[in-house]
Ligand binder design. Sequence first.
Ligand SMILES: NC(=O)c1ccc[n+]([C@@H]2O[C@H](COP(=O)([O-])OP(=O)(O)OC[C@H]3O[C@@H](n4cnc5c(N)ncnc54)[C@H](O)[C@@H]3O)[C@@H](O)[C@H]2O)c1
Length: 248
Amino acid sequence: MKNASMKDELCVITGAAAGIGRAIAERFLEEGADLIIGDFDIDGANKLYGDNPKVLKILKVDATRTEDLDKLAEAAKETGRQIKAVLPIVGNGPTNMIPDITPEEFHLTMDLNVFSAFFTVQKLLPYMTEGSAIVLISSIAGFQGGEGALVYNAAKAAVRSMARSMAGELASRGIRANAISPGPTETKAFTEFVNDDDSVRSSIIANIPLGRIGRPSEIASVALFLASDESSFVTGAEVITDGGFTNR
Ligand SMILES: NC(=O)c1ccc[n+]([C@@H]2O[C@H](COP(=O)([O-])OP(=O)(O)OC[C@H]3O[C@@H](n4cnc5c(N)ncnc54)[C@H](O)[C@@H]3O)[C@@H](O)[C@H]2O)c1
């Protein structure tokens, strides 16, 4: 990708110890970015990035706790540099049917997907300026009504909405905000979602025109585009990355 270079650009990624966040971090490192990483799984993150001089800081962060997000902001401040891109990737949530959803599950899902993405951006905003980008991770669930996932679906719809509101409010500062809506993507969370059951996996694949589950690296390519100046006139957009699943 011409001009997509992230060489020596400072980017902050949460949820980078596994799955989509890991693929994004690895791709950004390939492109020469400097990273600050926050993840609940500090051992996993240290194992992946501990020896990499381009990873400036690895922090144990629960993205649902503002005091932990303050640590990310402090790390960014210490660099004295502008943040090129903020990518709050953390998100998930238990599945349950409407009659059985508990208040605890409801709050947890909103915290993991909506609260965490919003406050990660808010805390890092002081270090963003003209040319910075925000990349949120929504999901095709955000515009679907799949059963057993009401709260997750609603949370991801809120994430799509936040990308638009951030784009609107921050445009005057030259900061862009966009969302990626992945379809089924091969990660640990997805394996858990299908209960590691090949027949469930096959029935999902049968509905994907490109005939397979997405790779985390394919979400990372879109994240790179949206985080870099290659997408300099793209803001308030949502890139559906689902192999055509929702195009049927
Ligand atoms: N995998 C899919 O099919 C899919 C589809 C659409 C959207 N998404 C979204 O993509 C994002 C990444 O999903 P994934 O499948 O790669 O997940 P994953 O479970 O494979 O990885 C999640 C990462 O986030 C970290 N994490 C979890 N909770 C955390 C917390 N509270 N604070 C800090 N770190 C935390 C984990 O340690 C791990 O490193 C999520 O927002 C998810 O909703 C995934």
